[in-house]
Ligand binder design. Structure first.
Ligand SMILES: *Cc1c(COP(=O)(O)O)cnc(C)c1O
Length: 321
């Protein structure tokens, strides 16, 4: 599918114009407690307050804004373990086009309901035995719909990068930027923005311990595929990074670190108790690396991408208990 040119910072800037007025400009929060725990100045970019509860709205809306009239007629198709599904469903509704979403049958109930609530048609599959890329390609062909994958797409990457663009425009240059990493859509876009707006900023990816495929990929210099990881960070439970994403990671991401599910729970509690924020497990990845001192950042100005806040309330209560 590699037919569009690789995304650049110019595409991030273009995406910022396309999503203005539709996406929220999310708040940048600070916490004295977090600063004193780390000895740093932390700036949390709170995409848990984005429309539909995660940064994914940025990339989805940007991608659909590029559709031609005939693409709009047939509609948009995607596969997703959750937030990208809601993002596509909501963006399609705003654009007035049809959306079909292929979701794992064990996706969090709240995410499935929200996707249907935004008017998306949901088709389920078994993520341990079936291949969502294959199902997506087949349905796209049968129905003539345009497939917008969750991360491996230039317009998606460019859209996600607008979050770091907003962050750095607000905070000024940063020493570090920590970004969670599943398939690499968010971090690729953010790295393009950081390289342009804060060239000496070190960009660090954060993956769940159970699924460190991106870390392995950077070490080996090629995309490594792993089994579906079992982690509470369901938004980063991808098996490999994307083909558009990997060259950007190689060029602009300094390194990838991992955090455990237990460290994610500690961070979720910190956000709830100290910052009064509901953050989903995946949304805690970047903050966990900093707050749990996996990368020491003493004396530095540090951007932390808080990627989303969609979590089943019953599950959330169990995490906090
Ligand atoms: C999708 C998602 C991620 C991972 O993003 P990628 O672009 O796949 O790397 C992280 N956090 C949340 C909340 C997400 O929805």
């Amino acid at each position: 599918m590699s037919i569009l040119p690789a995304p650049t910072y110019a595409d991030v800037a273009d995406a910022a114009e396309r999503i203005a007025g539709a996406a929220h400009r999310t708040p940048v929060m600070t916490s004295r407690t977090a600063d004193s725990l780390t000895g740093a100045n932390l700036f949390f970019k709170c995409e848990n307050f984005q429309r539909m509860g995660a940064f994914k709205f940025r990339g989805a809306f940007n991608a659909i804004s590029h559709f031609s009239e005939s693409q709009r007629q047939a509609g948009v198709l995607t596969y997703s373990s959750g937030n990208h599904a809601q993002a596509i469903a909501l963006s399609a509704r705003i654009a007035g086009i049809k959306a079909t979403i292929i979701m794992p049958e064990d996706a969090p109930a709240a995410k499935m309901e929200a996707t249907r609530g935004y008017g998306g048609e949901v088709i389920t599959y078994d993520r341990y035995t079936e291949n969502r890329e294959e199902i997506g390609a087949r349905l796209a062909q049968e129905r003539g719909m345009t497939l917008i994958p969750p991360y491996d797409h230039p317009h998606v990457i460019a859209g996600q990068g607008t979050s770091a663009k907003e962050l750095i425009e607000e905070t000024g240059p940063l020493d570090y930027l920590f970004v969670c990493l599943g398939g690499g859509g968010l971090i690729a876009g953010c790295a393009l923005a950081a390289a342009e707006l804060s060239p000496s900023c070190t960009v660090i990816g954060v993956e769940p311990e159970a699924g460190n495929d991106a870390q392995q990929s950077l070490e080996r210099g090629e995309i490594v595929h792993i089994e579906v990881p079992r982690t509470i960070a369901d938004g980063a439970a991808s098996t490999h990074v994307g083909e558009y994403n990997f060259p950007i990671l190689k060029r602009l991401v300094d390194r990838v670190v991992t955090v455990s599910d237990d460290q994610l729970v500690q961070t979720m509690k910190f956000f709830a108790q100290r910052m009064k924020m509901v953050v989903e497990p995946t949304g805690c990845l970047a903050a966990a690396a900093v707050l749990q001192n996996i990368v020491p950042v003493k004396g530095k100005r540090v951007g932390v991408l808080v990627s989303g806040g969609n979590v089943d309330l019953a599950r959330y209560a169990q995490f906090l208990a």
